[in-house]
Design a binder for this molecule. Structure first.
Ligand code: GCB
Length: 609
C-alpha cells in the first residue's frame, strides 16, 4: 500500500449543471477510518416520498428542472403552487432500505427522495465540512440547502462531498435523490440473485475536518522476518501537499512512539518501525489480537485498532502467519437474521457471525459486494478471515468503458476503506463471469489495479466450471494467471445431478491454492421427506454429504465456502409455499432454524481443524 496512489486522490467530480444556484461541487476521497473523526451523525428519521417519473428532477420535456424537489420549496402565499411537502411526508429510518420499511415499496425500483434537517452550532470558518455516505443504492444525487453537493453511482461503497461552502450556522437540510433502477451497463448489471434493496443503506455523517488533515494511512506487518525482528510498514497521506508535518505513531502496548515527517507531497511514503518478534502477538482466528494505535499530527489524533498478520501462498497452500491454514468458510449476503433487511451495524453482523461460529467457520465470503464497515470490523474482532468482493457479477458490459471505470472505482474504494483490516485476506474481482477476450481484458485490468492498490493481499475471483466430460471437470480459465487463489463455484446436486458427485474428478491444472467458493442446494426449513425429494432438508443434507466427500478428493483444496449461511431474499425465487421470494440455499433459515445440512458441514469442519 505504501507509496501507492489511490485511484481518486484528485478531485473526481465536477458538476456544472443547469441552474445558477448550481455551483460546481467537489467529491473528495473518503478519509480513512471516518468513525474516528469529529462528526455529526445524520442517521435517524428522514422524510421521504416516491417519485416514479422523476418529476422532481426533470421537467415534462425530460430536461433537468431548476424547480426540482431539492429546493424543498414551501408556498409563501396562499396562491402558490407547490405539489410536494417533505415535512408532511412520512419518515423512514436511515440507514435502512426502503423495501422493508414501507410495504408499498417492497418491490419498488426507482426514485425516492429523502430529506433530513440538521443544525450546526458554532460553525467554524477554519473547518472543512465533508458529507459522508457509507453507501446509497444505487445512484445518489445529493443537495445541501437546495444546492447540488454531488452525485455518486454504485450501491456498496462510501463517498464524500466537500460541503463547506454549502452549510451554514444554524438550520440546514440535506436532500438525496436515490434511484435503484437496474441497468445493463451498471455494476452489478440488470440481473442478479439478491434483493435490490434501495435507499440510504449505510451511515450518513457530517465530518468536520481541519483545513489540513490525515486523509489516509496504512500500518501493516511486513512478510519478512528479519532475525528476531519484525517490521511494521507505515505510510500516510495528508489531504494536501504539506511538507514537514510531524506525525507521531504510537502503539502503547508495544511501547512504540515514533515520529515521522511528511514529504513535499504531504506524504510519509515508506515509514517503518521495528518490533521484537517475541513481543508481537499476531492476529489469527484463534487469537484475533488487535492493538490500539494512535496517529497524531498537532491537535489531530486518530485512534484505530489494528491487527498484524501475514498472508501468502506456497504452491497449493495458503499460509497465515507462515503456517498452512484451511479456510472453513461460508458465504453470506448482507441481510439481517430474522428480519431480512439490509444490515448496517455491528449488532446486525453479530447474529450472522454467531451462526457462522456455530458451524465452526474461520472464514467468510462476503458476497457479492463490499459489506458495511461495521460488519468487517466486527468480523475482525471475532477472528473471521474475510473475502471481500465487488459486484462484477455474471454478464456485465465488458466492452463499455464507463462500466469498467465504475467497477474499478468500486474496487479502489473497497480497498481504500478496508486496507487496514487484518481480517481481509482476499480481494475478489468477480463472480461467475462468462469467458471472452473482452472479459479477460476487463478483469485483468482490474487485477492489475488491485495489485497496485494493495500488494499485500491475495487476489481471487469466483470462476465457473464450464462443463465435464466423462466425469472429469477440468478448470480452464485464462484468468488463472492473474489470481493468487483459484476459486470456483459448482452446483453438483442442484443444477447438476447429485449421483454424479461420487464419480466426479477435478483437475485444476494451476499450482495455486484452490477454494470452492460456492456449492449447495435449497431446502425449506421444516420440510421433511426422502433424500430424493427436492426442497426437503434431507435432499440438501444428502447433497452436502455427497459434495463434501467429493471435495475431499480435490488436490490442493485450501478451503470452501458453501452457498449460503442463511436464506436470503431474491426476486428470482418466486415458487409459492417454498421460496416465497427467498433463495432457500441457507444452512439456516431466515428465522434461524438450523437445517439438517448444517450438522453435516459442522462435522466436516470439525475434521478440518
Ligand atoms: C451462484 C451465484 C449466487 C446465486 C447461487 C444460486 O452461482 O453466484 O449469487 O445465488 O448461484 O443460488 O443459484
Amino acid at each position: 500500500m505504501q507509496g501507492k496512489r489511490f485511484c481518486r486522490l484528485l478531485v473526481l467530480a465536477l458538476f456544472a449543471m443547469w441552474t445558477g444556484s448550481m455551483t460546481a461541487q467537489v467529491e473528495v476521497p473518503v478519509p480513512q477510518n471516518v468513525y474516528a473523526r469529529q462528526s455529526l451523525s445524520l442517521n435517524g428519521d428522514w422524510n421521504y416520498f416516491v417519485d416514479m417519473q422523476e418529476q422532481g428532477y426533470y421537467d415534462y420535456r425530460m430536461n433537468p428542472t431548476k424547480w426540482g424537489y431539492f429546493l424543498n420549496a414551501k408556498p409563501k402565499r396562499p396562491s402558490d403552487l407547490v405539489e410536494y411537502d417533505f415535512d408532511a411526508s412520512p419518515t423512514m429510518h436511515v440507514p435502512g432500505d426502503w423495501n422493508t420499511q414501507d410495504e408499498q415499496l417492497f418491490f419498488y425500483e426507482g426514485t425516492v427522495w429523502l430529506k433530513r434537517d440538521f443544525e450546526i452550532v458554532n460553525r467554524e470558518s477554519s473547518k472543512r465540512y465533508l458529507l459522508y455516505f457509507g453507501a446509497v443504492n444505487y445512484e445518489a444525487i445529493v443537495f445541501v440547502n437546495g444546492k447540488l453537493a454531488g452525485q455518486h453511482v454504485g450501491g456498496f461503497t462510501p463517498f464524500c462531498f466537500d460541503v463547506t461552502d454549502l452549510v451554514q450556522e444554524g438550520n440546514n437540510f440535506v436532500i438525496v435523490k436515490v434511484d435503484n433502477k437496474r441497468h445493463q451497463e451498471s455494476v452489478p448489471t440488470r440481473i442478479f440473485d439478491w434483493w435490490n434493496y434501495g435507499g440510504i443503506t449505510r451511515d450518513v455523517l457530517l465530518l468536520s475536518m481541519d483545513e489540513t488533515y490525515i486523509d489516509d494511512y496504512s500500518l501493516q506487518l511486513d512478510k519478512v522476518l528479519k532475525g528476531k525482528k519484525r517490521t511494521l510498514n507505515f505510510s500516510l497521506t495528508l489531504n494536501q501537499p504539506q511538507a514537514g508535518q510531524e506525525v507521531i505513531l504510537s502503539i502503547p502496548e508495544l511501547k512504540i512512539r515514533q515520529k515521522f515527517t511528511t514529504d513535499a507531497e504531504g506524504k510519509i511514503a515508506h515509514g517503518w518501525l521495528s518490533v521484537a518478534d517475541s513481543k508481537l502477538t499476531l492476529w489469527s482466528p484463534e487469537n484475533p489480537k488487535l492493538y490500539n494505535v494512535e496517529i497524531s499530527r498537532g491537535d489531530e489524533c486518530i485512534r484505530d485498532e489494528i491487527g498484524f498478520r501475514t498472508i501468502e501462498t506456497r504452491g497449493r497452500q495458503l499460509l497465515l502467519n507462515g503456517k498452512p491454514i484451511f479456510l472453513r468458510g461460508v458465504c453470506a449476503h448482507e441481510e439481517t437474521a430474522y428480519t431480512s433487511r439490509r444490515c448496517n451495524s455491528a449488532e446486525d453482523a453479530d447474529t450472522l457471525l454467531s451462526w457462522a461460529r456455530q458451524l465452526g467457520c474461520n472464514f467468510l465470503r462476503l458476497a457479492h459486494y463490499p459489506h458495511n464497515e461495521h460488519a468487517v470490523r466486527e468480523a475482525e474482532r471475532q477472528g473471521f478471515l474475510l473475502w471481500s468482493e465487488i459486484p462484477v457479477y455474471w454478464t456485465i458490459s465488458w466492452k463499455n468503458t464507463k462500466t469498467y471505470a465504475n467497477a474499478e472505482r468500486q474496487l479502489c474504494d473497497m480497498i481504500r476503506r478496508d486496507h487496514n483490516r487484518a481480517a481481509v485476506i482476499i480481494w475478489s474481482l468477480a463472480n461467475e463471469t462468462p469467458h471472452s477476450d473482452a472479459r479477460d481484458r476487463f478483469l485483468s485490468r482490474l487485477a492489475a489495479t488491485a495489485r497496485q492498490q494493495d500488494s499485500t493481499r491475495l487476489i481471487s475471483m469466483a470462476m465457473e466450471v464450464t462443463g465435464a466430460s466423462n466425469y472429469v471437470n477440468r478448470l480452464s480459465d485464462n484468468m488463472n494467471e492473474y489470481v493468487d487463489v483459484v476459486s470456483f463455484n459448482q452446483y453438483i446436486g442442484w443444477y447438476r445431478n447429485v449421483n454424479d458427485a461420487a464419480k466426479m474428478k477435478w483437475e485444476i491444472p494451476y499450482e495455486k491454492p484452490v477454494i470452492i467458493s460456492e456449492f449447495g442446494g435449497g431446502a425449506k426449513a421444516g420440510l421433511h421427506g426422502d433424500k430424493g425429494q427436492r426442497w426437503t432438508e434431507e435432499f440438501q443434507e444428502n447433497l452436502y454429504r455427497e459434495n463434501l466427500a467429493m471435495l475431499d478428493k480435490i488436490e490442493g483444496l485450501a478451503g470452501t465456502c458453501p452457498w449460503v449461511l442463511k436464506d436470503f431474499r431474491s426476486p428470482r425465487r418466486p415458487l409459492p409455499g417454498i421460496q416465497d421470494w427467498f433463495n432457500r440455499k441457507g444452512l439456516f433459515s431466515d428465522q434461524g432454524h438450523r437445517k439438517r445440512a448444517f450438522y453435516v458441514l459442522r462435522e466436516w469442519y470439525e475434521g478440518k481443524k
